[in-house]
Design a protein around this ligand. Structure first.
Ligand code: ADP
Ligand code: MG
Length: 385
């Protein structure tokens, strides 16, 4: 998928709605460098905004009608009304923009009717958060249009509410934070307890590395049971251990925890606790030695998700193994799991070898051919026109 230019998008908007858009906003997808399933445990994550974005052209209307159109697929125009938004009846992708409108309404913000055209080149369902790219583009647009003056932190919470209470996906704040607060050449070190952010230089190119994304094409859905059940295990673990969130458990506490928790809950807890620690180590190493020093932490993160948290799948494991044995310095599945994408931090000189090896391994296993592409840390959400 290639992105339409701002001018093209405005032209498409005119063709679809017969009027001029009031503006065009964009928000990126994200890759999580490390820190998986730590966000809702009030822990640490280290995602970065990527150079793939959702763009929305928005025109304000004088009534309360909302008309939504996406350039993706052949889904036709959806019409709704700002006065009667309901997550139970909203369909398909329109849940995301409608959820954001609804969420702003819950904060007492008066959102006008509008026409909205979406064009996104963030791959869908690949673990790159195409859904948050939409939500963050929409919340940025509505924040400007309504003059609500929400801070990035408030926009993060508004999109989280849209996902949790309108879309019905119990997701945390990582994806929105990366999309809204990302910066070119940086990863976003986010403390999910207090939303504090530190931008950490992550310049793979300067270290002669590329970040490959391997989209396994295995579709995942956060609304399905796997994510919710992992979240429930974490809540149970925190309750039994007597802490507010698993963030409050240190690696040194794990021995004692193993005696208090059932075997499965213990492994879930161990993943979160060690993953939090790996995020802190990654931030430290990036500062001290740069991107070429973090390969081992990426590998350890994958092993923990595969064995302790059990959210990987055969295709993701194969993508990681084939990358690692063909020159990548570290690789892990990224995103919520159960499908989606893996990342492989790879020396520029080995990029082709890794691509070929992964493609071959997938063909030999009889899996659908993966989509392999590079991403670079890019700017967060912004107004384009
Ligand atoms: P992810 O966010 O990891 O990509 P999700 O399942 O959370 O996966 O979100 C994918 C959903 O987002 C799709 O099913 C679709 O409803 C919506 N979506 C993403 N991009 C587009 C687009 N360009 N046009 C329409 N809907 C889209
Ligand atoms: Mg999503």
């Amino acid at each position: 998928m290639t992105a339409a230019s701002t001018t093209q998008l405005a032209e498409q908007f005119r063709a679809a709605f017969g009027s001029e858009p009031d503006g065009v906003w964009q928000a990126p997808g994200r890759v999580n460098l490390i820190g998986e399933h730590t966000d809702y445990n009030e822990g640490f994550v280290l995602p970065f905004a990527i150079d793939k974005t959702a763009r929305v052209a928005v025109g304000v209307r004088s009534d309360s009608t909302v008309r939504l159109l996406s350039t993706y697929g052949d889904q036709g125009l959806t019409t709704a009304d700002t006065a009667t938004l309901d997550g139970r009846t909203a369909k398909g992708w329109t849940k995301y923009p409608l959820g954001v409108i609804w969420s702003l309404q819950q904060r007492g913000i008066d959102v006008p009717g509008l026409d909205l055209l979406l064009d996104s080149n963030v791959p869908l369902g690949a673990g790159l958060s195409s859904s948050h790219a939409i939500e963050c583009a929409v919340v940025s647009a509505l924040n400007d249009i309504t003059g609500a003056g929400l801070s990035p932190e408030e926009m993060v919470l508004a999109t989280q509410r849209a996902e949790n209470d309108f879309v019905g996906a119990p997701t945390g704040i990582m994806d929105q934070s990366a999309s809204l607060r990302g910066s070119a050449g940086h990863a976003v070190f986010l403390d999910c307890r207090d939303q504090s952010v530190e931008l950490v230089p992550f310049e793979a190119e300067a270290a002669r590395l590329v970040m490959l994304v391997i989209d396994t094409k295995v579709s995942h859905s956060h609304a399905d049971g796997g994510y919710a059940s992992r979240r429930a295990s974490c809540e149970l673990g925190a309750e039994v251990l007597g802490v507010k969130a698993l963030r409050d458990v240190a690696p040194g506490d794990l021995d004692e925890a193993s005696g208090l928790l059932d075997e499965v809950t213990f492994r879930r807890v161990r993943h979160v606790v060690t993953e939090n620690d790996r995020v802190l180590q990654t931030v430290e190493l990036l500062g001290l030695e740069g991107p070429s020093s973090i390969g081992g932490l990426l590998d350890a993160s994958h092993a923990s998700m595969r064995d302790d948290f059990e959210i990987s799948c055969a295709e993701l494991d194969l993508a990681v193994e084939a990358s690692r044995s063909n020159g990548a310095i570290g690789a892990r599945m990224t995103g919520g799991g159960f499908g989606g994408a893996a990342i492989a931090l790879t020396p520029v000189a080995e990029e082709q070898r890794v691509r070929t090896a992964v493609e071959r391994a997938f063909a030999e296993a009889g899996y659908t051919a993966p989509d392999i592409f590079t991403v670079t840390p890019a700017a967060g959400a912004m107004r384009l026109a």
